[in-house]
Design a binder for this molecule. Structure first.
Ligand SMILES: Nc1ncnc2c1ncn2[C@@H]1O[C@H](COP(=O)(O)OP(=O)(O)OP(=O)(O)O)[C@@H](O)[C@H]1O
Ligand SMILES: [Mg+2]
Length: 332
């Protein structure tokens, strides 16, 4: 096989993968594929089997059953070719405390065969990429947790791998470092890399991943784009509208009549599933179809009844709710 002879939608192909640690079934008949050039999110609660799957893919761990292919290479007998094209950023920070930032990156890059001028250039480029060029002479032992995370990333990407596997690269980093890491990942994608990205931090996954696989107990619970995953669970969202209690004097109908009238009109709209008026806080809770709800139509019904709108709030579904619905568990 060559690394050009494959379907680009199946750049990474995991087929019926199974991995046991003694009695523990960590990965259970798991299948998914990753397209070339995408950022693929891997999401699941603690112990779901994410790291196990990624470590198998990265050739670090054996498996019991199934097939894994990367760029057409078969892990069973072409692990060497796969290893050469992958950069793993492991969940447990793998750097040497006694080495400086530069020495750490250069060490890992040298494992991939980089030497001399090329090694020096790529080491410095990787340090610059994660914002640690100034600190290249600092020993890892003296670094903060966030700096170590960034150094861990530099060690995994210095050799410019085509496939980058990042296992929780942002755990314990501050907002600024997180932003830097997010931007770096986007840049890696722009340069043509394919990225598999694991995180517990839902907004990150929603923000950067082209497609997401949700795994639970070693099995695939769902896979798709963010929108596809959201559609699985929530096809209705609630819009809450606060209505002014001060009624204009020249109205013929009372305020409550007008609210009743508007409620009935709203209920007749095709995308409105339910309307509830809460007299306590004077709000209308309107359940609408998430796919084609047009909020301006709802507002125009209220305005036609001369109701003054004080506030509009729309609860939007997110991956956290999707996840909870699919697995019955919160992410953390
Ligand atoms: N070396 C090991 N020996 C025995 N069991 C293991 C080993 N590594 C992982 N496991 C078990 O395999 C299952 C999957 O673990 P894994 O680390 O792959 O999950 P994960 O999805 O990465 O979790 P986390 O979100 O906590 O990182 C868990 O039940 C875990 O206890
Ligand atoms: Mg893990």
């Amino acid at each position: 096989m060559s690394d050009t002879n494959y379907d680009t939608d199946k750049y990474v192909e995991v087929m019926q993968l199974t991995k046991r640690y003694g009695e523990t079934l960590a990965v259970d008949n798991l299948s998914f594929s990753v397209a070339k050039g995408e950022i693929f999110g891997f999401l699941g609660p603690n112990g779901a089997g994410k790291s196990t799957t990624l470590n198998i893919l990265s050739t670090l761990l054996d498996y019991n059953n199934g097939h894994v292919k990367v760029a057409g290479y078969d892990l069973a007998h072409e692990a060497k070719q796969i290893k050469e094209m992958i950069g793993l950023v492991p969940q447990d920070i793998a750097i040497y405390d006694i080495l400086t930032a530069y020495e750490n990156v250069a060490f890992f890059a040298s494992l991939y065969g980089l030497r001399g001028k090329e090694l020096k250039e790529k080491t410095l480029a990787a340090l610059e990429f994660v914002g640690l060029k100034e600190q290249q002479k600092m020993r890892a032992a003296k670094m903060s947790g966030g700096m170590k995370r960034r150094l861990n990333i530099a060690c995994g990407i210095a050799h410019e791998p085509k496939l980058i596997v990042m296992d929780e690269p942002t755990v314990g980093v501050d907002a600024q470092s997180r932003e830097l890491i997010m931007n770096s990942i986007r840049t890696l994608k722009e340069r043509g890399a394919t990225i598999i990205y694991t995180s517990h931090y839902m907004p990150e996954v929603q923000e950067i991943c082209d497609r997401i696989a949700i795994i639970d107990k070693g099995r695939l619970a769902a896979i798709g784009t963010k929108e596809e995953l959201l559609a699985i669970v929530t096809d209705v969202k609630t819009v809450t509208i606060a209505i002014s209690q001060s009624s204009a004097q020249n109205q013929e109908q009372t305020l409550s009549d007008r609210i009743t009238h508007a409620t009935n009109k709203l209920k007749d709209m095709p995308d409105v599933k339910n309307v509830i008026f809460n007299p306590e806080n004077h709000t209308l809770d309107i359940d609408v179809d998430i796919r084609h709800s047009d909020i301006t139509l709802i507002l125009s019904v209220l305005m036609a009844e001369n109701l003054s709108i004080l506030d509009v709030q729309s609860e939007s579904a997110n991956l956290e709710t999707t996840f909870l619905a699919l697995t019955g568990r919160e992410l953390r």
